[in-house]
Design a protein around this ligand. Structure first.
Ligand code: GLC
Length: 457
């Protein structure tokens, strides 16, 4: 046999074995994946949401972990609970701030790890409504955000540092107190309470679009929380609700080759952005949302002045969208109930950019092009958006776009035409286009100059 024939058969066998090795998802997995993609469609199009961490911890103003970090007992923490009276709270003002920024949904902490409830739960007296003239802050939040046309979500902490039947495990404030650990904890009792509260939230407050559970660790994961039963109860009341993935513990560190969990609709990286779109081991794209703080803290922190710039926020949002992800950007209102002015100012700047460029964010996702030196791409159908963020020498090189496929090219904020050409002298291979953008190496418009590239269909 000729050498070339042998090589041909070797290659054939190799590619055949690769095809065989490519595992197929089970029917159950494929059905679940389809449902997840249907449920999350509006959310994947929305791309930008507001996270709100608000609770009695705004009074000490050292973040929502203060009780754990400073090993406070429920008795010592009580003075903050008693002092907590957010008299300037105005849900409509919060909703306006989110709307102005171009956010499409918001998630509020109904109960954080400290166990203090921001909603008028019938299952406990440990709640704001007692100090707040009977007002139900969660209900006011839901009404105001819905009135602005935003979708609404609630964060609910699985962990509870206040409930007497929640043991001093994990980062519980009394984790080092041996005596505390000798008490009897009736786990079933806690589960009953926790499931009961979640039922109150999904049953009594109209349509809830997102439920954001936080969080699992060690053995406190999945069925320890009674997850299957909890989720089927939730879906009974809210068939279309979207759930984050923290009802069971994070598995694996790779940003790819994950598996969609039977419970939970999206991945929830925290304070990090994946290097590439998240995909499962069958190459299906996975819905994801990163949550990021505007300064360095979730709950209001008096001495944290480490604010991110509007430019960084815009570029971070685009970074997420360019990898098929969402950004849930946090604000931490102060003890009086106001979103810090610094946050309001940053968000209104972001909103100015969104006002001119949001077409390149909503409904957009990854473009099948290599990442350019000067920024990133997003894409929706036959429209590619080139986001010019970094200083650039000469014309902007768009590798992978054929000039005869381009219908037109324009500046998104004005619609003004932009000229382009195939490369001159060198680099003249096909699919290597250069956009004429003037002589300055700096992008002409804050914080990201967006160029629309409409491709022929
Ligand atoms: C963490 C923290 C919590 C914060 C959350 C936001 O799990 O415990 O304080 O609410 O992340 O993602």
């Amino acid at each position: 046999m000729k050498k070339s024939t042998i090589l041909f058969f070797m290659l054939l066998t190799l590619s055949f074995s690769q095809i065989v090795a490519q595992e197929e998802p089970s029917k159950e997995y494929a059905d679940n994946y389809k449902k997840v993609m249907e449920r999350t469609q509006w959310w994947r199009e929305a791309r930008f949401g507001m996270f709100i961490h608000f609770g009695a911890y705004a009074v000490p103003a050292r973040g929502e972990w203060v009780k754990s970090n400073e090993r406070l007992t429920t008795e010592t923490y009580q003075k903050y609970v008693d002092e907590f009276n957010p008299k300037d709270f105005d849900a409509k003002a919060w909703a306006k701030t989110a709307k102005v920024a171009g956010m499409k949904y918001a998630v509020l902490t109904a109960k954080h790890h400290d166990g203090f409830c921001m909603f008028d739960s019938k299952l406990t007296d440990y709640k704001l409504s007692k100090n707040f003239g009977g007002r139900d802050l969660v209900r006011e939040f839901l009404d105001a955000f819905r009135a602005e046309g935003l979708k609404v979500g609630l964060y609910y902490s699985l962990i509870d540092w206040h409930h007497p039947d929640y043991p001093n495990v994990g980062n519980h404030p009394q984790r080092d107190y041996k005596e505390y650990g000798k008490r009897t904890f009736n786990w079933d009792n806690y589960l009953k309470y926790m499931h009961g509260q979640v039922e109150e939230l999904v049953k009594n407050y109209g349509k809830i679009d997102i439920m954001w559970f936080d969080y699992s660790f060690d053995d406190y994961s999945g069925e320890k929380w009674g997850a299957t039963e909890l989720v089927s109860m939730i879906r009974k009341y809210q068939p279309d609700i979207i759930l984050d993935n923290r009802l069971s513990a994070y598995e694996g560190t790779s940003s790819r080759q994950r598996m969609l969990k039977p419970i939970g609709d999206f991945e929830s990286p925290e304070q990090i952005i994946p290097d590439a779109p998240l995909i499962d081991k069958y190459n299906n794209t996975l819905p994801w949302e990163t949550c990021i703080t505007l300064n360095g803290s979730w709950g209001y922190t008096e001495q944290d002045h480490n604010w991110k710039s509007p430019e960084l926020i815009v570029q971070t949002l685009v970074n997420c969208v360019s990898k098929n992800g969402n950004l849930l950007l946090n604000v931490g209102p102060d003890a009086r109930g106001k979103i810090p002015q610094e946050s309001v100012d940053i968000l209104s700047e972001v909103g100015k950019w969104m006002g001119l460029n949001s077409e390149s964010v909503y409904g957009c996702g990854a473009a099948n092009l290599p990442k350019p030196d000067w920024g990133r791409y997003t894409q929706k159908g036959n429209k590619i958006y080139a986001h010019w963020m970094n200083p650039n020498m000469g014309q902007l090189n768009t590798k992978g776009i054929e000039s005869d496929q381009v219908k037109n090219m324009y500046l998104l904020k004005s619609g003004g035409e932009l000229l382009y050409q195939k490369a001159r002298w060198l680099n003249s291979e096909p699919g290597n286009l250069f956009i004429t953008v003037g002589s300055s190496p700096q992008k002409p418009f804050e914080y990201d100059t967006v160029i629309g590239i409409e491709m022929k269909k």
